[in-house]
Design a protein around this ligand. Sequence first.
Ligand code: MV4
Length: 445
Amino acid sequence: MIRKVLVANRGEIAVRIIRACREMGIETVAVYSEADREALHAKLADEAVCIGPAGLKDSYLSMEKIISATIVSGAEAIHPGYGLLSENSRFAELCEKCHIIFIGPSSQVMAKMGNKQEARNTMKAAGVPIVPGSESAVFDSKSGMEEAKKAGYPVMIKAVLGGGGKGMRMVETEDEFEHNFHLAQSEAEKAFGDNAMYVEHFITKPRHVEVQILADSCGNVIHLGERDCSIQRNHQKMIEEAPCAALSEELRSRIGEAAVKAAKAAGYVGAGTIEFLLEKSGNFYFMEMNTRIQVEHPVTEWITGIDLIKEQLRIADGRKLSYTQEQVKIEGHSIEVRINAEKPEKGFLPCPGTVTGLHLPGGKGIRIDSAIYSGYTIPPFYDSMVAKISVWAKNRNEAIRKMQSALGEVIIEGVDTNVDYQYDILNNPQFLTGNIDIEFVNELA
Ligand code: MV4
């Protein structure tokens, strides 16, 4: 078995990974920036290496520093968590060259899924439904306009190296196309250093439904059901739940099988997520594949009982999956709420500072993933998410009641948070009926 893992991340996910390693008897190495000297992940790991100043580029995003820390500490593998270097195929490739196990897919597969046009083509060839749109990248507005006509207005112009919403523009009519194409393309150029674009028909008010898959290096691929991540603002998810309240058992099997087919077509190994847009009609379309562990993985762990981080470690070690598809049983309902240090009334302005008092909920069916503690100072340099609360109950209504109760207990003193805002969503009549789509938060008062 892998003896020592370097965790190339911070915050709650670094803590989550360290705990899984410890339970498996794997030694851990944390890396931390000068701003994270007092961070929980640095305290919990067996060893901790300072990798530079607060700025992300000089620390958590520095491939050289992370590779050096790995070699110096004698770790055999790197777990990248989510964000940061987790979907950087050049980093995965650097690990391969240095004979370090990157806990994730090969750099080649990662690059292939990172290219959204290539991903579309791979899925289409495999028979996974994709949104009508371009079959190759476009670089100028004239070719883009031809593709848009074929796809049918309204359309979405997207960056080939994009994802998560950057370099993306919706266009309703032909006369707005050229202007928006140039805007999207210059955004793409700035964000990704690449001006390749593609065009899709715009799907109006879908749900965001994603399927968790696991693939081992022996050729086994299974899915662990779906998550509904429609409750988001500005492409930041706020509340996730599993299963999706809109799926019949029949549709659930079909979307799960489509996800397995997608992972096989990609040649995927590891834990991954296939994102779909789901229409009211029940039509679903492949959107993109995420080649990392995701923030919202706990809701899948709740409904399946499977530890996704441990499975990632086993897969990286060349072992077989611990479960066959037949052994995966979806049970009950889970909801996760992200707690951010921010001011909702000030446009969700991040609000770092010192946590002077803290009470987090607990009890049967309640899980906290967090890296804050009483007296901790949340640094201003990183993401504002400070905790995730997830719950499990027999059905959606009971899970909602449990989350309302849990949120009602939360006390975080010293910094502003979105707890009250999230509490309001959990009491929203439309949310309660389960009739949600990706516009839900935009459409709130
Ligand atoms: C779309 C779409 C509608 N039609 N593509 C957003 C981020 C990136 N993953 C793709 N996204 C979208 N692609 C077509 N053809 C709507 C979105 C979208 C979205 C998707 C999922 C969750 C939230 C969203 C919010 C705005 C737009």
